[in-house]
Design a protein around this ligand. Sequence first.
Ligand SMILES: Nc1ncnc2c1ncn2[C@@H]1O[C@H](COP(=O)(O)OP(=O)(O)OP(=O)(O)O)[C@@H](O)[C@H]1O
Ligand SMILES: [Mg+2]
Length: 456
Amino acid sequence: MVTKRSTASPYRCTECGWTTLKWVGRCGECQQWGTVVESTESTGIAARKVSPLAPSAGRSAQPITMIDIAATPRRTSGIAEFDRVLGGGVVPGAAILLSGEPGVGKSTLLLEVAAQSARAGRRVLYASGEESTAQVRLRAERTGALHDELFLASETDLATILGHIDEVEPDLLIVDSVQTVSSALSDGLAGHPSQVREVAATLIRVAKERSLPVVIVGHVTKDGSIAGPRILEHLVDVVCHFEGDRQTSLRFLRTLKNRFGPTDEVGCFDMTGAGIEEVPDPSRLFLGSGKPVAGTCITIALEGRRALPVEVQALTVAASGPNPRRVVSGVDASRVAMILALLEKRAGVELSKQDVYVSTVGGVRLIEPGADLAIAIAIATARTEKAVRHDVAAIGELSLSGEIRPVAQAAQRRHEAARLGYRTVIDERAESISSALRTLKATAMAAASTDGVPQF
Ligand SMILES: Nc1ncnc2c1ncn2[C@@H]1O[C@H](COP(=O)(O)OP(=O)(O)OP(=O)(O)O)[C@@H](O)[C@H]1O
Ligand SMILES: [Mg+2]
């Protein structure tokens, strides 16, 4: 039986922080089961033992026009790709949460950020709850991140970390990771939702009070979301996700939330044995040899706000069985099936007795509809065994009627195409897939004599 509780000890959801006077099995806010527990925290209104309506002395509210913003300029982290993702640099007092799969390179990235800050004369405190100081030093030696202004502490107790902050007086604090640090003021072991919330809230309070930027590493769960209470993402100013394929050295840093800038920026990095290097111009990463080959077509895809050229490759061979194979890698199989039907029905390209293989270069995932036209051209030219001229790019979504539809941020994509030397961009101005293939034939034929390669 549920006994009546006094208002002095409300119940709180460990996932999202929702409070209730009565115990319930399911949180009324985030709908999680079994996360509502009796709150033992001293932060509630009741625990403060003052009337919630009693006025308290504090800083008075100011007119917005009187607020001084000159005191908080952004600082560069020394890594342009990291600054780009943060919206132009590190804001003093900003709390940044960096999440990512185990082993993706979070500690390596942050050690590089720390080293760059130290080199710029800004003192850094790197508190690692996961690795010993010797382990971090070994990594720093491997990646060339040794510097006297970079202070290390292998610590899992929050109070001790706060003591180090007082002692070292850093200009940047890195805590790796929030799940390994615990506070004596909260119940449970390190990593427990109430611990994670307490540790993060304290670090954020210290960040704001000292105008100290703090980067907190957060683990991710199996489904890729940040482990610990949901409220963690609400507490911090910026949430970044570091991701990459284990098979390749390419890493992307994306923002999921940013109180100081846009959230669609993407930073590109290369993970090597010598550490992490930024890739300021990733435009050649997803391209093949550049020679005209039958069955290839370039499109300009969007990665966040970044326009990147990506090569689509296709191969068609006579099917050996009654059911032709359709094998794809890096593109959406159902869109390829639709494009095959479109090519057959609207452009007269016979594919029903062909095995079709479609792939992207460099393992990039090309799932946006804006890649439809390039996929269609790659398949059509694979079928005719003619090559598209190397300075042609195709951007457009295909509708079932065979029309080419415009794509988002078309101007930016065309600008990037022009910058990279793609002189002909086939897009919605060609109107339909059949006229696009005709245009392609006409423009490509002009260069046939110079290239000496069979052209479409
Ligand atoms: N000696 C080495 N030479 C080359 N690469 C290494 C070396 N040691 C580690 N790495 C690379 O660094 C990666 C681990 O990086 P890092 O420790 O920064 O990841 P992390 O995201 O912090 O991992 P975790 O979640 O375990 O803390 C490894 O997956 C490996 O690819
Ligand atoms: Mg790590």
